[in-house]
Ligand binder design. Structure first.
Ligand code: ATP
Ligand code: MG
Ligand code: FE
Length: 336
């Protein structure tokens, strides 16, 4: 079963051909990062225009790299949300046009479900599972009893983890997005600042990163006023230590309470080397009987292959959309 998957929710235009929901035949990702860098963040109008310029070529490349024709396809899948409305619409309209022209089923996919299903390329998912989804716009713990069923058990009350990384990166003068660079600097520095670990002891699975962000910014500004030079690597290491300790502590607690078989890491921040290492270490010593799944680095960020993997679940249930499919910018993973 071959699915053509399309992803245009934010700033990467991507198209992929996925076989049986777990084999990648092609996965073309055209990143727009360079165009947004000088603005210090994603500019929605620029993102939409780039998607329009890139989408046809991305799809053609995905088809030719996989050596398939439209006759070989079983369905077309596309991210319907969450994301930027203008960006999402480019993918949705491309998918609709292809579905109509070639009489193929149209499968709408939730972007966050896609992030979770990026793990399906490593091995089959074993349920029940807990997913720690950490990305540019989301930080949530999602419980899954079975394929395609999602329950949010906790989430951030303010900033997403990736968003906090990028904001702190800007304060340190790094180019957007700063997440990866902070991660690299953190490995050189030490946790000397001991920033707060927000909500770590609270009896829930929610997170908060805005207090940490403020503590970080205040520390940097106070030092600037007093003309004291702070060690940037130590700042990065201290920030990262706080983020990781809170994420890992609450995730392990959630795994225990929900008695899951598997813990799945997902989203752009799943690429974080410190987070990957700490989760492995803590799971091995505290929850050795729970299987930990971490997506391959190349599939942590936005890509269409993960959309194809999630779409295969809907394909098996014949959950198609009509030609009235619309983009849903604030779609939640537990909706519908
Ligand atoms: P969402 O998936 O919530 O809609 P998004 O698609 O914009 O948001 P992703 O592409 O999934 O987000 O992830 C991008 C985020 O991941 C950015 O904030 C980026 O800084 C962060 N990120 C990438 N690599 C790392 C890393 N090594 N350490 C920390 N953060 C990272
Ligand atoms: Mg992105
Ligand atoms: Fe994403």
């Amino acid at each position: 079963t071959l699915i053509l998957a399309i992803e245009t929710s934010c700033d990467e235009t991507s198209a992929a051909i996925v076989a049986d929901g777990h084999i990648i035949l092609s996965n073309i990702v055209a990143s727009q990062i360079k165009s947004h860098m000088r603005f210090g963040g994603v500019v929605p109008e620029i993102a939409s225009r780039h998607h329009v310029e890139q989408i046809t070529q991305c799809i053609e490349e995905a088809m030719s790299q996989a050596k398939v024709t439209y006759q070989d396809l079983a369905a077309v899948a596309v991210t319907e949300g969450p994301g930027l409305v203008g960006a999402l619409l480019v993918g949705v309209n491309a998918a609709k046009a292809i579905a109509f022209a070639h009489q193929l089923p149209l499968i709408p996919v939730n972007h966050m479900a896609g992030h979770i299903y990026a793990n399906r390329f490593e091995a089959p998912l074993e349920f029940p599972l807990m997913a720690l989804v950490v990305s540019g716009g989301h930080t949530e713990l999602v419980y899954m009893e079975k394929d395609g069923v999602f329950e949010i058990v906790g989430e951030t009350r303010d900033d997403a983890a990736g968003e906090a990384y990028d904001k702190v990166g800007r304060v340190l003068g790094l180019t957007y997005p700063g997440g990866k660079q902070i991660d690299q600097m953190a490995h050189i520095g030490q946790d000397t600042f001991h920033f707060p670990r927000a909500m770590i002891k609270e009896n829930n699975y929610d997170f908060s990163f805005s207090g940490l962000k403020s503590a970080f910014i205040n520390t940097v500004h106070n030092a600037e006023q007093k003309q004291i030079a702070l060690n940037k690597e130590d700042l990065a290491a201290s920030f990262q230590a706080s983020v990781i300790e809170v994420l890992v502590t609450k995730t392990i607690r959630a795994c225990q309470e929900y008695q899951v078989k598997t813990l799945v890491l997902a989203g752009g921040v799943a690429a974080n080397a410190g987070l990957r290492a700490t989760l492995k270490e803590q799971m091995a010593c505290q929850l050795a009987d729970i299987k930990l799944m971490i997506p391959p680095l190349a599939l942590c960020g936005d890509n269409a292959a993960m959309i194809g993997a999630a779409a295969y679940i809907s394909y098996q249930k014949e959950e198609w959309a009509g030609y009235d499919l619309n983009a849903i910018p604030s779609l939640e993973i537990d909706e519908k």
